[in-house]
Each structure stands twice: as C-alpha cells, then as structure tokens.
Design a protein around this ligand. Sequence first.
Ligand SMILES: [Zn+2]
Length: 1009
Amino acid sequence: MAAHPLSLLLILLLGVLLPCGDSKFIAYNTSHGVVPGKLNVHLVPHSHDDVGWLKTIDQYYVGSNNSIQGACVENVLDSLVTALLSNPDRKFIYVEQAFFQRWWGDQSEIIQGLVRKFISSGQLELINGGMCMHDEATSHYIDMIDQTTLGHRFIKNEFNLTPRIGWQIDPFGHSAVQAYLLGAEVGFDSIFFARIDYQDRAKRKDEKSLEVIWQGSRTFGSSSQIFAGAFPENYEPPPGGFYYEVNDDSPIVQDNIKLFDYNVPDRVNAFVEAAIAQANITRTNHIMWTMGTDFKYQYANSWFRQMDKLIHYVNLDGRVNALYSTPSIYTDAKHAASESWPLKTDDYFPYADRINAYWTGYFTSRAGLKGYVRMMSSYYLAARQLEFFKGRNESGPTTDSLADALAIVQHHDAVTGTEKQHVSDDYAKRLSIGYKEAEEVVAASISCITGSGCGSSITKFEQCPLLNISYCPPSEIDLSQGKNLVVVVYNSLGWKREDVVRIPVLSENVVVRDSSGKEIESQILPLANAYVGIRNYYVMAHLGKIPAVTPQYWLAFSASVPPLGLSTYFISKANRKASTSMQTLFKATGSATDTIAVGPGNLKLIYSENEGKLVGYINTRSRINASMEQSYRYYTGNDGSADKKVIPQASGAYVFRPNGSYPIKSEEQGAFTVLRGPVLDEVHQRINSWISQITRVYKGKEHAEVEFTIGPIPIDDGQGKEVVADITTAMKSNKTFYTDSSGRDFIERIRDYRKDWHLEVNQPVAGNYYPLNLGIFMKDDSTELSMLVDRAVGGSSIVDGQLELMLHRRLVHDDSRGVAEALNETVCAFDKCAGLTVQGKFFLRIDPLGEGAKWRRSFGQEIYSPFLLAFTEQDGKEWTSPRVSTFSGLDPSYSLPDNVAMITLQELEDGKVLLRLAHLYEVGEDKDLSVMASVELKKLFPNKKISSAEEMSLSANQGRAEMEKKRLVWKAEGSPQGAKAARGGAVDPAGLVVELGPMEIRTFVISFL
Ligand SMILES: [Zn+2]
C-alpha cells in the first residue's frame, strides 16, 4: 500500500492540515463496537439517491442540471473512496444499484480493487440491492422481483455477496408483499423504512412498537416473518443538529482549543440528549441514527470528519456508546437481545404524513405512464420466453435494455408519477428504446419458430405497440391485390387460452382462416369517429406523422393458442362481408320503459333505454340477477387555501385531497349505441365531451370489459379534477372491501378503520383509498363483485355496495412534497397542446359468494399477459402456411395446473435458465384451487435434457436451503398466528417434479446436458 498513489494523496492532504498554529494531530478513537449494558448509538452513514425524480437518473449521476437540484452521485461515490480509506472504522451503505453499476463501470482497476476490499471487510455494505428502491403501491410484484433480481445477481457475480437487509426508507407506505416476498423470501433478515401514517407513528412511539415482527402473509404465517423497523421520524439524522454536508448549518464539532468556538461539551451533550430521547421510544439498548439523507456525502469527508469526532468524544464522556454501524450490525444486535417484538400483520397503507395529507393520489398519478409500464412488463415476460426458444444471442439484440429500463421505472418516484415531467419523459424514452430492441428479439424468434427463417434470412414480423390508439400499420393493408395478412398470436401463459383478437382493417370484406385453412368466425365493428381523432393526434405526437391510411373497421375473431405457444391466422379478401355488427342507436325518449339486454353469451348487461344507462347484471348460468349502475364522477382537487389552523394542503402528484365530488351527467341525453355480433357485443357511450367508453361482452366470457377514454380533462375553470368510475349495486358490503397487495395477496379493508390504531378520520375519501394492481372486490351474504384493472390505480368503497376506481387526474397545484410541479400532463401535436387523454380498461364480474377468486386469479393473469401479436404479409391467391403454424414451448400434452403461473422463463448469460413458478391462490381462497399443485419440469423443456434444477432464493442469488439456514428467526409477542404453511417439498433430481403450496413462488436455475 505504501507506494499507492491514493495513500500519497492522503499524506499530502494531512500535510496541509498540519501547519495550523500549534494544533497537533488528534488520533480519534472510532473503533468501538457494541458495548453490552450501555445505550448503543449505531451511526449508519448513508445517502438516499433517487433513481430519477427532479432530474433524470443520468443527470443525477453526472451532476448536471444542477439549477434544479445540486446533486451528483459520482461525487458521493468518488469521495467515499478516500473517506473510507483514511479510516478503516468508517462504514457506509450503498443502496441503488442503477447508480452503483454506472459508477463501478467507470472506475479504474485500482479503485475497483480498493472498493472490493471495502466491501469484503464490511466497510462498504451493499444493501437492498435492487436497481432502485422500488415503489410498493404501484409496482407489480413481478416487476419488483425482476428489478431486485437484476441488482442482486450483479452483486453476486461481481462480489460474491448476498444483501441481507431491506432498506425501503422512502417509498410512500409499505406493502405486505414487500415484507414477505421481497423481504423474507429474498433472504433478508430485516427491513427498514420511514414512511408510516402519522397517527400510527405516534401510537407506536408511545408503545415502543416502531420495531415489529412483520408477518405479511396470511398463507405463510410465521414462516414469512421479518424484523421490520420504522424510523422515529424520517431517514435523516435525529433532531439536535447533526447534518454535515458542506453547506449544512448544523454546528460542527470544534475541538481545537486554540481556535475560537470550542464546543465539544456542548455537542456531546446534544448527542447524548438526542440518543436518550430516541431510546425512550425504542426497545433494547440499541438505536439507529440514519446519518444522511437525499444525495448527501457529495464530499463524504465532511460527514465522516464530524462523526469521527462525535464517536471519540461521546465515548470519552461515557454516558452512551457511539459506533460506526450498518443496518446489518444493528439487526444482529437487535437479534442478540432475545427480545419478543410486537407482531404486525397486513400492510402500511395508506400513508398520511400529517392531517389531510393522504398520499393516495399517486396510486393513479400519470395513468398513461403506469399503463405503459404494465404493458412493457408483460411484454418483457413474453419476450424473454421467445428469446429462450430462439436461443439468447450475446451479440444482440437482447431483452437486456428493456430489463434495465423496466427496473429503473419501478423507482418510488417513477412509476408512482411523482417525478417532474421531463423525468417522466426520460423513463418513457428508456422503455421505448428497450422495447425496440426486444421487439427485434421477438420478431426473430417468431420467424425462427414458424420456420420462416432463422439467423440472417428471417421473415420480418411487425408488431403494433400503438394498437391501443387503433394504430397498426401492418394490419392496415390493402388485401384486394391478393395479399394475405398473416397474424401470429403468442400466448405467454402456461395454459391453453381462447381470447378475442381485435385489429384495425381497411375493408369489411375479409375472411379469417386458421392454420388448417378452416374459416373461423369473425366480426366487423366500425371504428368510431372519436377514436380516429385520438389516433391521428397521438400518432402525430408520438411519431411525428399523420397515418397514411385510415381504417374504417375493427376485425374481431377468437383465437385459440396453446400454452407458451403460438397460433397463426390468415386474413384475406372475401367477396362477401364478414359478419357485420348489427348496430342500433338508442335515444332516450323520456317515455319508454323498455330495457335492452346486451351480451351474446351467459352474461347479459341490462340497459334502460329511457335513461341510457346500465341498470342490471344477469348471468344465466350462475343465476346472478343483480341491479347495477355505472357512472363517472370527478373530485375537484383542493387548493388548500381554506386551511387556516393547519398547514395548507393541495391535491397533487402525491396527495389526494378532494374538495367535493361532482357526478358527470351525460350531455347526450343518454344516447348510446349497441353493436351486436357473433363474437361480442359492444355498447358505445359518449359520457360527455371528454369521456367516452365502450363496454364489451364476449360470447365465451362471463365478465364485462369497459374501455374508457378520458381526457383532455378540462381545467379552464381553474379546478384540477380527479376522475373516478363508480359501480353501484344493492350489495350490503358492510364497510368492507378487499384490495390486492402489489398484485398478489388480497387484504381486507374496512372503511374508516385501522387495525393498529383508533383512526381519527379527517379525510373520509382520501383516507380510505388503497392501491390496486390486480383489483378490488366486495361481498355480501350471497354474491361478490370484483373489478380488475389493467394498470396501477387507486380504488375504494366509500359507500356500501359501491366500488370506485380513480382512473385519471389532472391538477393545477403542487402538493408541497418537493416535486414543485402541478400534475398537469399535456401532449402536443399539430401546433397545439392539450391535456393528456388516457385510455384503459377495467373488468367486472359478479360471482356467487366464494366463487370469485377463480376469475380474479386466472383472468388476472390474462390481463397481465395479453396476447402478443405479430404480422407479416404473403402474396399469392392461395393462403400458404408458414411451415410451423402452431407451436407450444411445453410438451404437447402438457399445460400448467390452473393454480400455477410461470412468472419467469429467462435464458441467463451462461446458457442456464432462470425459472419461476407461482402458485396463484392464498390459503382458503378457493375450495378447489387453494391446494398443493405440482409441475413437471421435464415437460416444460421437452426438447432439452435437464441436468440439474437448483432451487434458489426469490432473487436467485443464493441457494434456497443455504438462505433458509442463514436467516435469523425472531420472536413475536403472543401466540403464533395462523396455521403452519404448506410448502412444496424438495425436488427429486430424477423425477423433477416441483410442488407448490398456496401462494408459494419457487425459483430455479436449470442447467441442461
Ligand atoms: Zn426517494
């Protein structure tokens, strides 16, 4: 080390310090560990580096755009190296792998060598370990797993380490899935966070119950437990002046008695005082000080210099013991105390940081971005399957850049919609770039699988990422010249599946054939004028051009596709029209009392002709006959100006603070159009000049699909608006409803009630909102009504018998949480800008009591994974098939059990395969499907010979058995709750059958001979 250039630099630096008067070098003693019997103050130096928020991730990394926020992550990590080198007692944790990996790649071998030493000695600990600190309300559990895996596997490969600690210090409320899935199942020993409801926090401080054993899963009971610590206030240093960034105004420790302002006794007293205050609300004699906050340690030594002194002088004083620590050291100390901790179940939603400030608006903020993230998440899952079937090509294209973009956008200021507009645009750009490359992988794989050419001579299969705005150039072709349109339909689910494909076409004279040449039933629906307008505007906004042609029709047909497989359909010109939809316009006459039944199958939606609205729901098979209404409303965003005695609070990107609710009455006097046909029925309704919807009922399905188009939300009255859809029934739901946790477990919610404390209700609407990723349901003594969603949204049941979803919000005030922009998304094209229009879907169904889970779980998978469509053209009068027109990646006789989904199938860099299987049901959720399931691995890989299937932790960075052996076991107060979890047994290497108990997710790395 002597000849090391850095050491030389340090010697020079120290040399500069020496000539100050008569002062002499003080060797600070900072080597203290935990001292039994004393109050131990664990100083945990950290920097909270948002992976995009006010600046983009790259701006934060290099430190550009500093007029917005002076923040440079390179400075943090660069300065850390010298700071850690100059005192081996100093410790630091680093969290965000997206930044760390950028930096790591930029370092010389010398610096990398030093950092490896810091990491192996424990001076620098990589914790949490995902690419970002993901959100927990608006991130889907599959995305949370993927982004964590990406970071964890890098840490494993580069440093041979597995992070031990969850560090979710900034997300705005905490999900049960985070605790048990991304915590316990990842192998974490503890998880720490800051943001819990202010009323909850006050009570927990009183009862010394900020630190708990969190049992996030009903199904897994005590085996899902994790030690969870909520900080007393935030993730910053305690009150008392302990901030040490260069410009911070906390008093520095001045210990040179030759200089003025010597203050050691004063600072030691302040330290001891703050420590005792925290000890008074904490169990055991260990407390943690989070020494840092957002983008701190840009000159790391300015913090460490002060902490060196504090530790030295506080320990000379002797009243408390101060030490450099990490959350791992702290966790081990807590564990060693052999204490029993309060038990916490469920989750920490919703979050309010003070009166009237419920952070429930972000459940819906940037509904367009949220929809895009979900669409890309599903595409990534399918694209990895297709990449595996073709064989991963290390020289590219690959799905890796989509993986990276998706990981980053799970950050708690990304998919949440709480970033500045330019940052939101940056996330969307990254997704789009990742998609483009993944699209090439998909097209090449489909060409290969269908025998249309592999390697260099591939047939070009095009896709339609803008199908949601009715734009699909490859399907909008003129078939009159004898061309055939080939549609390849890929199903990424492990089950055979029938679903309706809808594509825009130019002519109604078309015929659809399957791969055997048999004509199949199809239906032509008109493309409504309103949608042509949106199509043209958004194609111009996204692509900078006007579409070359305008299709007049949608073609709908039912496709049947094998598990993890594809089917091919051929569309060609016909001399006669395809089945055209019978179209009827109903105009409220004010006199008729007739009703109309809509739906070609078992489900009938009943509309009142007179009022032009939905009035009933009938399922002829399950004998459900219920009254049902659907309507739209908006809340006006409060501007906070009437707040006098409390801090003013406006509705904004984070906070939902309504100021009244207003029904949206149809301007068209209830006129609506019904289209009927052999495949589906549609009801077209123009709700007002900025909301329209199409309700679809399919022949073979027993749910209704509502496609809403909302926007531009008018704000010319100066009022922000938050638009909700209501479904109203006569159900006696008794204040109770159920919402999913990160797309997985359902949690019971009771209006105006919290299990953990007596709720003081000051926001009767916003305080009852919960995040939805899968959906929401309610029940009475005979039926249950479920609503499922296609992206993250907020939802609630504010009135018995009614469910509401917040679908879009546009606001004119900032809500004072730092983003400093009103959530007012606009889109510009044709030299004008208008508020963002959002199009999306929700789905609803009523089942007999106890039978709804099947639909929520299996159809929930279908929503998450819609068919992937790829198109090519063929010339010639006769349709000719690609050589392979149907394909399944599984053994032809096999499909996954109804209660199991394959949530990851990915070829790794080394040719091994990462496989994740997820049981979809909780214990007791369904009488037939909440049971042990089994999957035959051999049948998942029919053309390969498996040499080993190693079971891994959820993030695939360590063997499962090794992880379970290491994990700390904690004691919870009271008797253990819940039955012992049923988990699948070890996998026999010969039989290779994987068992899965309810809610179990099992992760394997599979090697082949
Ligand atoms: Zn943050």
